[in-house]
Design a protein. Structure first.
Length: 191
């Protein structure tokens, strides 16, 4: 278990030109730790909730390879997690009508309810984490991170015409239909 501790003073001058990289990496670690800690009382983990959240944002009936691509993970890395989610009744696998080898992933009613709880917890954590930032700063931060995500996605997948997927910052190929996002929690920062 990782405790949230005050970070010691770090000499970032040893890594010139990496101020953003260091801060994003440190913030991601802290944010994940806090989110996992907030999810734990509800018998949830980020490792299990992440695929469910992505399935909520993808068109219904996405394949395992589409889910893996959206999450930027290898297909084989999802197998065990999807097996567990199916066993818990959150996901069902249905045969693809065009390709008998492929299975379509569909959130069950219990899966949708779990995602709604996850969204509520994560949105509250985001609201708390961003209390010290002005709404305009949050908007600029989201836009800047979205631009970086699109750029990184395009560099890691040459040939795809990556486009930002709204304020959430997820990138998608222009060949894929628009995602169905989780309800946006942006308004919690206003006023």
């Amino acid at each position: 278990m990782t405790d949230l501790r005050v970070s010691p003073a770090l000499d970032e001058t040893r890594f010139p030109g990496m101020a953003l990289t260091l801060r994003v990496a440190r913030l991601a670690t802290l944010w994940r730790t806090r989110l996992d800690r907030a999810l734990r009382p509800h018998d949830m983990t980020l490792a299990l909730m992440r695929p469910l959240a992505y399935l909520t944002m993808l068109p219904e009936g996405a394949t395992q390879s589409e889910l893996a691509a959206a999450m930027n993970v290898d297909c084989s890395a999802l197998v065990r997690v999807l097996d567990l989610l199916q066993k818990q009744g959150f996901v069902s696998r249905r045969p693809d009508r065009q390709d008998r080898r492929a299975k379509r992933l569909v959130l069950t009613e219990a899966g949708h309810a779990r995602c709604a709880l996850f969204h509520s917890i994560a949105a509250e954590l985001e609201r708390e984490s961003c209390e010290s930032l002005a709404p305009a700063t949050i908007k600029d931060l989201i836009e800047g991170l979205s631009t970086l995500l699109v750029s990184h996605n395009a560099q890691s997948q040459p040939g795809l015409n990556a486009q930002p997927d709204g304020p959430s910052g997820n990138a998608r190929s222009s060949a894929r239909p628009p995602a169905h996002p989780l309800p946006q929690a942006r308004n919690v920062h206003a006023g």
